[in-house]
Structure formats: C-alpha cells, structure tokens
Ligand binder design. Structure first.
Ligand code: COA
Ligand code: AMP
Length: 636
C-alpha cells in the first residue's frame, strides 16, 4: 500500500518536526511569531513554540470577524430538551465573549487565574470558556454529570478564583439542579473561590446570594448587564489555556494541562487534515463540553478553523427518539459528525433497520467519526451500511487532546479496516512495547506507547505536579509516554486498540476511576473493604460492578443485604454521579488478593466477562476465587 501524502507528512513530522510544525504554525495568528519550534531543553518535559505569544480567543473569533466571517454562524445550539434552537454568528459570539470577559475582569480575573465552569450544553458554557481564553485565565470545565465529591476534588486542586455554574442541566427524565451540588462541593472543599456566577435557567432557578458564604454569589445576567467588553490579552504559547481533570486509577483526578500555542496549531491542523473540515463547513460533535472531545471538537477546533459548530443539548435516543441525529444533520446541513460508538449502539438498539434515518435528507453528510471507546466491528458495519458514508474510528485520550491514530480524511483517505482506528497521525511515534520496554514486531500485542517528544497540543505536564506526570506516564519506559492502552500494529501499519491495561473504566465513552467509585463504597459505615471492576456491557461498552465485604457481625443476607446494596448504589450516585451507572453491588465473603495485599481486579474482570482468568502465582488464597466465580458470572 502506498500513501504518498500521508507517508511523506508522517515521515517529515518525525524526522524534521521543526519544519513540519513551523509550517502548521503559519495558519495561526501570532502576536510574536515562533522562532523556537520544539524546545527540548528540559527532557523528558518538552515544550512547543517557547517565546512566541498569541491569544487563542482571537484566533477562534476576532480574526474570523475581521476577515469577513462575522455573519456566518459560529455556533448552533440545538436543544430538544428545552425545545429551543439558537444560531449565533461569529460577530454575535465575539460580542458575548468580550462582554463576559469584561464581567470576569471586573471580578479581578486575569492571566493565570483559574475559573471552574460547571455547566451543561448551553452556549454560555462556550462563552465562559472563550472569555477565559480571552483574558489569559485558565478554565477548568467540570462535566455536569459529576456529583459534589468529584466537583470538590477538582475545585480543591485547581483553586479557582471564580466558579461559573448554570442553575440546572436537563436530562430527558429530570431536571438536575446544579447549585445545590455546587454548594455541597464548596462546603467540602478547603479552597473557596472569591465569586460564584450562576447562569439562571427557567427550568430551575437557583437561590443566589441568599446563604451566608465567604464568597460573593451573583446572577450571570445582572453581572453582564454592567460589563464593558474586554480585549484579548497576549499570552505565551506555553501558558496554560485550560486544565481538564481526567480519571486515573486512584480517586484523585489528574489535571491535564493544555497550552495555548501548541493546542491552537495542532487543532487547526487536525480539522482539515484528519476530519476534512474547512472554513464554512457545518460540523456536529455529540459529546459534552465537560469531556476532551467537547473541548477540542465542539469548541476549539471548529472555531479556530472558521467552521460552524453544532452544540447539541440532547441524547442520541429519547429526545425524542433514535432519529435525533438524523434530524440535526438534515436541518443544519451537517457535513461531518463525531460522537462515541455507544451513541450508535443506542440508535441501533432502538431503530435497527434505520427507519427513522430514512425520514431525513442526509445528503450533506460526508463522514462519521467515532471515538472515546473501542469501535466494535458490529457497530462499524451497521453504521456504514445504514449511512453509506465512511465511518472513521479515531483513538486518543484527554492527555493528547487530539487523535493519535486515525484515517486522515483530509490529508489522504485510506482503506478502513473494521476494529482499527487506522494509522498513527503525523507527530505521533507510536510504539508497541513488551514488559521490558523492547519494541514488538507487527502483529504482537503489548503496551501502546508514544516515543517522546509528543507533538504540539499534547499535555506538557499535570497541573502543579510535574513529578506526578513523570512518575505516572514517563518513567515505566524511559523516552516513552505510556498510554495505558494495550494493542498491536499490523503489517500495514494499522493500529488495533484492545483496551486499558490499568483499572480505568470506560462507561458509555465516559472515563471513570475505579478509585473514586471505591471511595464512595468504602465510605458506607457497614463496608470493611471493596473493589470495583468494569465488566463488558452491550450498550455502554463497560459498566462498573461493585464487590463489598461487610464489617464483622453485619448480616449481609436477605432484606438487610438488599438494603445495604441499595444504599451503596445511591452513595455512588450522590458522590460520583449518576453517570457512573453503578447498578450492581454484591456482598461477598472475601476479595482475591496477592500476598502483598493487592486486589486482583483484572482476574475478577476476566471471570465476570466469562473469560478464563489468568491467576497470578502470588495469589494469597486461591479458594477465594472459587467462591467468587459464581457471583461474578451472574449478572443482574
Ligand atoms: N448531567 C447530569 N446527569 C447526567 C448527565 C449530565 N450531563 N449525563 C448523564 N447523566 C445521567 C443520566 O441522566 C443517567 O441517569 P439515570 O441513571 O438517572 O438514568 C445516568 O447519568 C447515566 O447516563 P448515560 O450514560 O447517558 O446513560 P443512559 O442509559 O441514560 O443513556 C446513552 C445511554 C448511550 C444514550 C448515553 O450514554 C449516551 O448518549 N452516550 C454517548 C456518550 C458520549 O457522548 N460520550 C462522550 C465521549 S465522546
Ligand atoms: P478519554 O481520556 O476520556 O478520552 O479516554 C481515553 C481512553 O478511551 C483511551 O485511553 C482508550 O482506552 C479509550 N478510547 C478512546 N478512543 C478510543 C478508540 N477509538 N478505540 C479504543 N479505545 C478508545
């Protein structure tokens, strides 16, 4: 197979990264253009475009208005849960962002200050993000499905000067009030912000400024009504644009840092080279602004590229039905869409023959992109045959911020292979390593690693903790970043991602930590110890299951046991959030462990998934597994 366009670009990106990324950087407007491209002065930490300056918001909005795109829609908010739609032009969005930036500045927010944003899929979430970028402040968006403990952990670590929240989010079956959750999170957190801004939604207005608090509370509308628009602030390419927390294996989330310069260059490059999207195209990403897919491909990449982005406040099914995506594509003339495979599995379950699809004119649609979890061949085949357009898997993580592996639809489309996100994207030197760190030949499965340095846009470090970054990602195999996924590369250079090699869960494309769910279970007064494992699920890819050992003397059988299990499920909803989707908790006599006390989650996972478990020789008491096997093999 020859892929000249791709092959040449890929080779240059690794052999001569300075030339490759200098050229890509020409498509961003700088205040001080870069002279240094790759800064290797402090390995294993690398920086891009050191010494250059810019403003990300300027590149996402002002520049397009100046260049004549002012009247083009920048953002279409399509919200079946409220029955509303709103189209905001580039000029309109710029006006709102500059005004809200002025409002933030009036509260003392400036370069380097953190602002936590806890909002659902409303335009104001995008406005708040871009307003931070305009001021050089660092936003940290927390997914609305997270409950107080998760929100508190992020506030504690990010230490925001201001928190911006909406009064509520709207799920198909209920209105989720955010303010009580924010209040609970702030009560738990030792860090208190100076101000809390609440965007009021009529579905559930929040009480603002009525409690006696150490911080000032105010309504978004009132604050904005007196604000003077603010200009863009010059920031260093290496200054952080945002911190996005993601789940590790422990309960403590990791603050992924994204810089301004590398991010703008990489995302702009990805939009046409990977996704084939050009200025003026309509692009629809069904995710959430609280996840990395939302940051990169609902907000920044389409706007940096002068495209129109659709912000969808709804679900793939149930708002009102499995035809929701098709209505959106037809109504807004969407050229390409991006979501998680789970969404397509949900549509397939409700409308297996695609009847709702045929009710809509999908002629504008060129391509469907899927990421966030493994794209199983069944879903791939179904979507391809139903839609008749390429269905393109792409593999990446919060840490990288943009695809590591994809079929590059703009640069050079290649044949698609079911089960594979295709090839390494220029800039990423993907290597499959064995346990000793030696590269494995084609076809053999090992740890998927990226040879350092990684390209622009990828994380330079973890927020406030270089050492945790080095220890967690860069120390296992010196010179490489460890992705945490296992997989292989075939003879054609196509990557196959088999799944996480650690205990991170992926539930409906949402990344969750076993540690934080375990912490919620362990906080129950009757629980002595517990473990959470992710088991295979037809719709969500994976769902968590809890196994708990009760304290001595507590009856774990009959009605008493059922009560405890119900309370445990509720605790996880209240602490982590409903999105954890923990429905099954079993009370067991003991958990399998190694002699050094490590719980054998992987062995339990294999048993639960009906596979033959690999039992380590270091197991303390193998009979525990025999007792557990029937429990694990039974599902609710
Ligand atoms: N705020 C508050 N609660 C939320 C929420 C949010 N933003 N998002 C989800 N939840 C709640 C849901 O209401 C649900 O609550 P329930 O247990 O009371 O019903 C729970 O969290 C689980 O939600 P979800 O994962 O959405 O499962 P579901 O069974 O309701 O729907 C799908 C299944 C497939 C339709 C849904 O998971 C989906 O849309 N997946 C796409 C995933 C995606 O876009 N991932 C982003 C990565 S690219
Ligand atoms: P997140 O950081 O939330 O984007 O989650 C990243 C993790 O999701 C990866 O490490 C993978 O385990 C999984 N993932 C994301 N995209 C894919 C994909 N296309 N194929 C397989 N796994 C994926």
């Amino acid at each position: 197979m020859t892929h000249d366009g791709y092959a040449a670009a890929y080779r240059q990106s690794l052999d001569d990264p300075d030339t490759f990324w200098r050229t890509a950087a020409e498509r961003i407007e700088w205040i001080t253009p870069p002279t240094t491209i790759l800064d290797s002065s402090n390995p294993p930490l690398y920086r891009w475009f050191t010494g250059a300056t810019l403003n990300t918001c300027f590149n996402a909005l002002d520049r397009h208005v100046r260049d004549g795109r002012g009247e083009q829609p920048a953002l279409i908010h399509d919200s079946p849960v409220t029955g509303t739609q709103q189209t905001i032009t580039y000029a309109g969005l710029l006006g709102r962002v500059a005004t809200f930036a002025g409002a933030l500045a009036s509260l003392g927010v400036g370069s380097g200050d953190r602002v936590v944003i806890y909002m659902p899929m409303v335009p104001e979430a995008v406005v708040a993000m871009l307003a931070c970028a305009r001021l050089g402040a660092i936003h940290s968006v927390v997914f609305g499905g997270f409950a107080p403990a998760e929100l508190a952990a992020r506030i504690e670590d990010a230490q925001p000067k201001v928190v911006v929240a909406a009064s509520c989010g709207i799920e198909p079956t209920r209105v989720v009030e955010y303010k009580p959750m924010l209040d609970a999170a702030l009560d738990r957190s030792s860090h208190k912000p100076e101000s809390v801004i609440v965007f009021q939604r009529e579905q559930a207005r929040a009480a603002v400024g009525e409690r006696d608090t150490d911080w000032e509370e105010m309504d978004w509308d009132e604050l904005v009504s007196d604000a003077e628009p603010a200009d863009c602030v010059e920031v260093a390419a290496t200054d952080p644009l945002y911190v996005l927390y993601t789940s590790g294996t422990t309960g403590r989330p990791k603050g992924i840092v994204r810089d301004n310069g590398g991010h703008a260059v990489a995302l702009r490059w990805s939009m046409d080279n990977i996704y084939g999207i050009n200025p003026g195209d309509v692009w629809f990403t069904a995710s959430d602004v609280g996840w990395v897919v939302g940051h990169s491909y609902i907000v920044y990449a389409p706007l940096l590229s002068g495209a129109t982005t659709v912000l969808y406040e709804g679900k793939p099914v149930g708002t009102p039905d499995a035809g929701a995506f098709w209505r959106l594509i037809a109504e807004h003339k969407v050229r390409a869409m991006f979501t998680a495979p789970t969404a397509y599995r949900a549509i397939k379950r409700d409308d297996p023959n695609g009847e709702l699809m045929r009710e809509h004119d999908l002629s504008s649609l060129d391509t469907v992109f899927l990421a966030g979890e493994r794209l199983d061949p069944d879903t791939y085949e179904w979507a391809t045959s139903m839609l008749g357009v390429p269905v393109v898997d792409n593999w990446w993580q919060t840490e990288t911020g943009w695809p590591i592996a994809s079929n590059l639809r703009g640069l050079e489309p290649m044949p698609l292979k079911p089960g594979s996100p295709s090839v390494a994207v220029p800039g990423y030197a993907v290597a499959i390593l064995d346990e000793s760190g030696a590269p494995l030949p084609a076809g053999q499965e090992g740890a998927i690693c990226l040879k350092l340095p990684m390209p622009p846009g990828t994380l330079p470090t973890l927020w406030g903790d270089d050492q945790r970054y080095v220890d967690g990602y860069l120390s296992t195999f010196p010179g490489y970043y460890v992705s945490g996924d296992g997989g292989l590369v075939d003879e054609d250079g196509y990557l196959y991602v088999m799944g996480r090699t650690d205990d991170i869960l992926n539930v409906a494309g949402h990344r969750l930590s076993t540690g934080s769910i375990e912490a919620a279970l362990a906080g129950h007064p009757d629980v002595a110890e517990c473990a959470v494992i992710g088991v295979a699920d037809e719709l969500k890819g994976q769902v968590p299951r809890g196994l708990v050992v009760l304290k001595g003397g507590i009856d774990g059988t009959g009605a008493e046991g059922e009560r405890i299990c119900r309370e445990l499920v509720q605790r996880v909803r209240d602490e982590v959030g409903a999105v954890a989707a923990l429905r099954q908790v079993d009370i067991v006599a003991a958990l399998p462990k190694t002699r050094s006390g490590k719980i054998l989650r992987k062995t339990m996972r294999e048993l639960a998934d009906g596979r033959t478990p690999v039992v380590p020789g270091t197991i303390e008491d193998a009979s525990v597994l025999d007792t557990l096997a029937p429990v694990l093999r039974k599902s609710n």
